[in-house]
Design a protein around this ligand. Structure first.
Ligand code: C2E
Ligand code: MG
Ligand code: MG
Length: 568
């Protein structure tokens, strides 16, 4: 090489190395310019670096080609270097010189070799980064994934533009049916096309990523939100070349419009909100697009609190049995009581309706019910031992128990262990919703009948009451739900009055004992009497009482029917 060119060579080589090793990324031009200058210094006419992911790709010539210099002359190969790296990716650089140029001398060759080695290691590192980016932020089908969504959110939080977006979680409606009807292959095409329709509507103002299956999560510019929601409500997707086949895709979505009041508190923050909203959207009770509202998190937190603290509450006996008397409306005598649970937490009572539905989502409800039965049996034994007047106590049993094939054994085990005569126990069960449940219920009640334990239908008339329920299952007691009990001011022809009359008459006809729940007034007691419904349970006589107060009721003579007061 001409000695005069050496300073030029050093200048461009340094620039190249500097630009390739910049910490905060590089610009392609900053690399191409010195490379081109170097090619000129070495009298080359063209330089190409190729990158193949696998040896097979190389064989088939499928790869990426990076031309760093090309002055238009074809030339012959003057230098080439092929390198296989550990991941089996292949990188090859070929440099051409014009036919009329003398070949590289030894020193030149070495110098060029150093440049190419540097370039190759730069390209591999860079390709690997892109590759890693691909593996990190894309799923196997080429959709961006949840990590890409989180990165998007974090970046917007950093540059303070997060408030320009609404985040959303989407679940395609019945996509498994679409797959079944048009086949998996077309299903994939439909999903991709649908995804493209949505991302087109989002444009540069957001991101849409796949979480797996037919679940997507994304962020949409607030200005694009309406049009995206419109698409979610129903979009026809054409999926064949002749454009004759199409399916309608509808999605459920939870949307969280990010406003100025939003304070980001962790990476799951947005996701939690979206999940809560989507869950409601999917419930089928409401619109298929649900906007997040703070109440949803309160509900969720409450639920988590209950699930978390329930075992400890059981252990510490923070859940107590309260007893609500059942009263004979002719004599005012206490003829029974219902055991109802109360959770005491830091001096406050958590009512059953706040935690029973949560416990019913899992199996904790069974733990509670057996605990209640055991406490009741313990109290009964104590009363019997002290020679008190004892009445039958009913215990609520969740429908969750019906699947338990050992249920009967468990109930009887508790009763036996406490040495309580079975006729002092009544099990309250609510109506069923499905045929399968109906059969389970029938099996359980039949079995209980054999043991001498009483059974009652609770809340009759509240749910999907069917006459079969009382005709085919051998209950002892029918508890008429509060919603059937006429209220003060109802005339005798009101629907409630008529229904009440017939439900009671039917119960009597079938030989069932009949109790009305929720009796709050003297007038209601009178209605019970005139309809021959012999037992009342309700605030008119007493609310559910702590055990000590209830014991006072047991020791008393009964209630005054006129005003509900206790006669001691
Ligand atoms: P339920 O079995 O129908 O119990 C009757 C509910 O009506 C009780 O509510 C009682 O306090 C309320 N009540 C009684 N008289 C009146 C009245 O005159 N007016 C009004 N407005 N309400 C009255 P509570 O104790 O809040 O219990 C609610 C529900 O929670 C119960 O309904 C039952 O389904 C469930 N539950 C309570 N304890 C247990 C339990 O230990 N296990 C199970 N599985 N469920 C339970
Ligand atoms: Mg009940
Ligand atoms: Mg009830």
């Amino acid at each position: 090489m001409d000695k005069n060119l050496l300073p030029e060579y050093h200048k461009h080589f340094e620039a190249l190395i500097d630009n390739m090793t910049k910490e905060n990324g590089f610009k392609l031009d900053d690399i191409i310019v010195p490379l081109a200058e170097l090619c000129k210094i070495f009298r080359m006419c063209r330089g190409v670096t190729s990158f193949y992911k696998t040896p097979e790709d190389e064989k088939m010539g499928v790869g990426e080609h990076f031309v760093c210099y090309d002055n238009g002359i074809k030339g012959k190969v003057a230098y080439s270097r092929r390198k296989v790296i550990k991941t089996m990716t292949i990188i090859e650089t070929v440099i051409y010189s014009p036919d009329d140029e003398p070949p590289l001398d030894e020193e030149e060759y070495e110098m060029l070799d150093v440049i190419v080695r540097a370039l190759q290691s730069f390209v591999t590192r860079n390709r690997l980064e892109t590759q890693t980016e691909k593996l990190t932020y894309y799923d196997e089908a080429g959709y961006m994934n949840t990590r890409a969504f989180m990165r998007f959110i974090n970046q917007r939080i950093e540059d303070n533009t997060i408030y320009e977006y609404a985040a959303m979680r989407i679940n395609l409606h019945h996509f498994s049916i679409v797959n079944r009807e048009i086949g998996r292959r077309y299903g994939d095409i439909v999903m991709r096309k649908y995804f493209d329709i949505i991302t087109d509507a989002i444009g540069d103002h957001g991101i849409m990523c796949r979480m797996g299956g037919d679940n997507f999560v994304g962020a949409v510019g607030k200005e694009q939100l309406d049009s995206v929601i419109h698409l979610l409500k129903g979009t026809p997707v054409i999926y064949d070349l002749n454009r004759t086949k199409r399916v309608m895709i509808v999605a459920d979505a939870g949307v969280f419009v990010i406003d100025e009041s939003f304070r980001f508190s962790g990476s799951d923050d947005v996701m939690d909100k979206l999940n809560a909203a989507l869950q409601e959207a999917k419930s089928g009770f409401k619109d298929n697009i649900v906007f997040f509202d703070d109440r949803m998190i309160v509900d969720k937190e409450k639920k988590m609190f209950i699930q978390q603290y329930f075992p400890k509450a059981m252990k510490d006996k923070d859940i107590k049995v309260f007893y609500q008397p059942k009263v004979d409306v002719k004599t005012g005598e206490i003829v029974g009581a219902e055991a109802l649970c109360r959770w005491f937490r830091e001096g406050v009572i958590i009512p059953p309706m706040d935690f029973i539905p949560v416990l019913e989502q899992g199996t904790d409800i069974c733990v509670l019910d057996f605990y209640m039965l055991n406490e009741v049996c313990g109290d009964l034994r104590r009363w019997l031992d002290s020679g008190r007047k004892v009445v039958r106590i009913s215990v609520n049993l969740s429908r969750k128990h019906m699947m338990d094939i050992d249920l009967l054994e468990r109930i009887m085990g508790i009763i036996r262990r406490n040495d309580v005569p079975p006729e002092y126990i009544e099990i309250e069960l609510t109506e069923t919703t499905t045929d399968v449940e109906f059969l389970d219920l029938k099996r359980v009640v039949n079995a209980l009948q054999q043991t001498g334990v009483y059974t009652s239908v609770d809340d009759f008339g509240m749910g999907y009451s069917s006459l079969n329920l009382i005709r085919e299952i051998p209950w002892n007691v029918l508890k008429v739900d509060r919603s059937f009990l006429p209220v003060d001011g109802d005339d005798s022809k009101s629907i409630r009055s008529v229904m009440f009359k017939y439900v009671v008459a039917m119960a009597k006809e079938l030989g069932l004992e009949c109790i009305a729940e929720g009796v709050e007034t003297k007038q209601q007691v009178d209605i019970l009497r005139s309809n021959k419904c012999e037992i009342a349970q309700g605030f008119f006589f007493d609310r559910p009482l702590p055990v000590a107060d209830f014991e006072k009721r047991l020791d008393a003579k009964g209630y005054n029917i006129e005003d509900g007061s206790l006669i001691v």
